[in-house]
Design a binder for this molecule. Structure first.
Ligand code: GLU
Length: 510
């Protein structure tokens, strides 16, 4: 049977890294098994809906390159894909549960429920409700409902077939956690919208979901879901709950303010493939025996900073390799991964072009008046800066002199020159001579303006000057960039081109 998965966010805000990780694992498993996945919008809590959230989630998935097979604006046989458009279905199942005695109407007011809960707590009971409405006769409940009295439908957890054991592809042997469930959880609210539990069980069945992959925070609800499947006599899907992600300080990532929205990562210039690589491997690496006990990381499990493309992640994905431990999502690892993804991208003309395009807004923002921000020029810039670039947004700060004239009055530039001068006792006249000689050579450049010819020219200039390379190069670097470190001088000249290089040197030779 083909696998079918679903990523089921609630449109209560922007997509977080944790949500993206869930979508990613759904995608990896679906693709690994030749299956498909659905984007299902769980919008049954009308008080928490945020306008624009669905669009934001879709945009974030599109940025990451995780393409769902069915969902909003991708019609399929299991639609509609918004739960708010599937209410009849939930009512049908709630009725079935009412009829079989697995659910009942509850007319208790909020105040009454609060009193009951307090009383139960005082007596040391674990129960959260006294089931008083369970004892209403069917006639009375139906009469009160017809009379327009507000009610919810509760699950009746006292009248169940044998409770199925909890099972999970990541957490495997789970203890029975029924005791921590609320008493007779609400399935259908007073506004006739389902709660998450009813809606997700009904939809997972109706849509034919084979594997439910979601965050660990839903693990406590699993016993209730299993009860619902049993009460409705529905076949169960497989479940895989994904361990919570942590910040480096051990706090829950979902609790972090800001800085966790996927689209912020997009805006700050991170590579989508690097973010996926980072998220995928954060909890990957423990190979478990099929009995379910966690053993040592397997020798061939990828390390958390191994460079992997989406295709490679798909090929190697296996729930058995996921750890049950909460995993730290370390931003330093993203930097490492991103830098290497960028370097790989630059190996192809297409990748280079896409990097240049994405670097452009950062450069234009930093240098609004610079005429040197075209994509072809930026292709040369990013290519030259690779290996130094952690993120495309670093382009302006790494090499400002490629976009505007260097500021020779800045302390860094002054100090560079002072240091060489002191070291070799260089006079102003000698400095001008070194530069002038270089200008002549550059003007005569007949072999072309490429990095290797330029390197040769610099070598000749240095030999003529009588200065050691370690004294000669800083002089030229100072003249061209005003900055201590950067790519090789010949590469920098190649990017700047003959006119700008010569003009800069001429200004300093005077
Ligand atoms: N709507 C739930 C959420 O946003 C998804 C839970 C599930 O995947 O079953 O967390």
């Amino acid at each position: 049977m083909a696998t079918l998965l679903r990523f089921a966010p609630s449109p209560t805000g922007a997509l977080h890294l944790g949500g993206l990780r869930t979508a990613l694992y759904n995608h990896l498993f679906a693709r690994r098994t030749g299956g498909k996945w659905i984007l299902r919008i769980e919008d049954t809590d009308r008080t928490r809906a945020v306008p624009g959230a669905v669009e934001g989630i879709s945009n974030a998935l599109a940025w990451a390159g995780l393409e769902y097979d069915f969902g909003p604006s991708k019609v399929g046989p299991h639609g509609p894909y918004f739960q708010s458009e599937r209410l009849d279905l939930y009512h049908k199942y709630a009725d079935r549960l009412l009829q079989s005695g697995h659910a009942y109407r509850c007319f208790c007011s909020k105040d009454k429920l609060a009193d009951v809960r307090e009383r139960l707590q005082r007596t040391g009971s674990r129960a959260t409700y006294d089931k008083s409405c369970l004892h209403l006769t069917e006639e009375e409940a139906a009469r009160r409902a017809r009379a327009g009295e507000s009610y919810v439908i509760r699950f009746n957890d006292s009248n169940l077939p044998v409770r199925p054991p909890s099972h999970d592809l990541v957490f495997s042997g789970l203890k029975d956690a029924h005791d921590s469930l609320p008493t007779d959880p609400v399935l259908l609210k007073a506004d006739k919208f389902p709660t998450y539990h009813l809606a997700s069980v009904v939809d997972d069945f109706e849509m034919g979901i084979t594997h439910v992959v979601r965050g660990e925070e839903w693990l406590p609800s699993l016993p209730l879901h299993l009860d619902l499947y049993a009460a409705l006599s529905l076949p169960m899907p497989h479940f895989a709950h994904l361990p919570i992600l942590l910040n480096p300080d051990g706090s829950k990532m979902s609790k972090r303010k800001g800085d966790v929205h996927v689209l912020d990562y997009a805006q700050r210039g991170w590579e989508p493939n690097a973010v996926l690589n980072w998220l995928a491997l954060a909890g990957w690496g423990a190979q478990r025996a099929s009995t379910g006990s966690t053993s040592h990381p397997s020798a061939d499990a990828p390390s958390s900073t191994q460079l992997m493309s989406l295709e490679q992640l798909i090929q190697q994905f296996d729930f058995n390799s996921l750890t049950q431990r909460r995993s730290i999502l370390d931003p330093l690892k993203l930097e490492h991964i991103n830098k290497h993804h960028l370097m790989q991208l630059m190996l192809t003309p297409h990748g280079l072009n896409s990097s240049a395009q994405r670097a452009q807004p950062f450069v234009q923002k930093a240098f609004p008046n610079s005429p040197f921000t075209s994509v072809p020029y930026l292709e040369r810039v990013v290519f030259t800066l690779q290996g130094r670039l952690t993120n495309l947004s670093d382009v302006p700060s790494l090499a400002p002199y490629l976009f505007e004239e260097p500021d020779y009055t800045a302390e860094e530039a002054q100090k560079m020159l002072r240091t060489v001068r002191q070291r070799v006792g260089l006079t102003d006249a000698q400095y001008a001579e070194v530069i002038s000689d270089l200008i002549v050579r550059l003007r005569q450049a007949s072999t072309g303006w490429d990095a290797s010819s330029l390197a040769q020219m610099l070598h000749d200039g240095q030999a003529t000057s009588g200065l050691a390379p370690k004294d000669f190069m800083p002089i030229v670097r100072h003249a061209l960039t005003g900055t201590k470190s950067g790519p090789a001088i010949a590469d920098t000249m190649a990017v700047l081109g003959p006119e700008r290089t010569i003009a800069r040197l001429e200004r300093l030779a005077k």
